[in-house]
Design a protein around this ligand. Structure first.
Ligand code: G3P
Length: 220
């Protein structure tokens, strides 16, 4: 199982990478906009902090443009950067061309199982179904993850990893892992929520106050 951070904030990557469990980072144009910083500079800094796959997204809509952007990003950014393309026919063609050259591709904006299958056929390293955005429409995002994993079970030679994206709360991640999704990408807030439990905090306080008494009694 892999945990990716979904952010373009370098300080957030530094924080979560320090936990020792960060496997990669996903960015997208909206996250770059939110950061207010230069795209390539941000991705380069992130790639220095985390040696797993760092997704950098292309913005062309035609195959040639996506391939050109992807090759340019691969040439100018650190080697752990992989290329994110949208799940369109043009994106599929770009995925095939880039992956045939050994370049990792994350196919994003996947909203049904057929899109996931097609992206896997094109050689994607990752397919990214968006759970939260499906939930937003009244559909069941988790059911899409379940459906994709059932299909993957039928074809054990598929190497494409299923990356659960648009995760909005801790249960999304837990359910995706129960279903066997290979990877979950989550905002920093969710990483923090996953590690927070009031009984852990109160337990630590109790242990520390008892230990202070042990020390005061000269028994430490
Ligand atoms: O990884 C995809 C993610 O950035 C989208 O999340 O919350 O904007 O749907 P959200």
């Amino acid at each position: 199982m892999e945990f990716f951070l979904d952010t373009a904030e370098v300080e957030e990557v530094r924080e979560i990478a320090a936990w020792g469990i960060l496997d990669g980072v996903t960015t997208n144009p909206s996250l770059i906009k939110k950061s207010g910083r230069d795209f390539k500079q941000v991705v380069s800094e992130i790639a220095e902090l985390c040696d797993g796959p760092i997704s950098a997204e292309v913005t062309s809509l035609d195959t040639d443009g996506m391939v050109r952007e992807g090759l340019e990003l691969k040439e100018t950014l650190p080697p752990n950067v992989i290329i994110k393309v949208p799940c369109t026919p043009e994106g599929l063609a770009a995925t095939k061309i880039l992956s045939d050259q050994g370049i990792g591709v994350n196919v994003t904006l996947i909203f049904n199982a057929s899109q996931a299958i097609m992206a896997a056929k094109a050689g994607a390293m990752y397919v990214s179904p968006f759970i939260g955005r499906l939930d937003d429409t009244g559909a069941d995002g988790m059911e899409l993850i379940a459906e994709i994993m059932r299909i993957w079970d039928n074809y054990p030679t598929i190497e494409t990893k299923v990356l659960a994206a648009s995760i909005r709360h801790p249960m999304h991640m837990l359910q995706a892992m129960q279903m066997g999704a290979h990877t979950a990408t989550m905002p920093t807030k969710i990483f923090r929520q996953l590690m927070k439990h009031p009984l852990t905090d109160s337990g630590i306080s109790q242990f520390l106050s008892d230990w202070a008494e042990v020390e005061a009694a000269g028994n430490a």
